[in-house]
Ligand binder design. Structure first.
Ligand SMILES: [Zn+2]
Length: 76
């Protein structure tokens, strides 16, 4: 019942080249998973500017907030 395979293919891929999510180049350990400090900064700026903050569609956001606030008032 023992598994003879030490590493799964996925783990091996992780140890090899991971592509920078910003520009697609090979990432480096120092700035993992990015290829350089520049790309790390770019990704950070995206977070701050709210690009990743609300991945849901526009309009969804308003409905969600309205619903949650209504629910909390009912709960009192
Ligand atoms: Zn990059």
């Amino acid at each position: 019942m023992e598994k003879k395979e030490g590493k799964s293919p996925i783990e091996e891929v992780k140890e090899k080249a991971v592509k920078c999510p910003v520009c697609g180049k090979e990432s480096v350990k120092e700035y993992f998973p990015f290829c350089s400090k520049r790309c790390a900064d770019i990704d950070l700026n995206r977070w701050f500017s709210g690009v990743y903050a609300f991945p849901s569609e526009e309009g969804d956001e308003e409905d969600g907030e309205a619903l949650s606030s209504a629910e909390s008032e009912e709960g009192k």
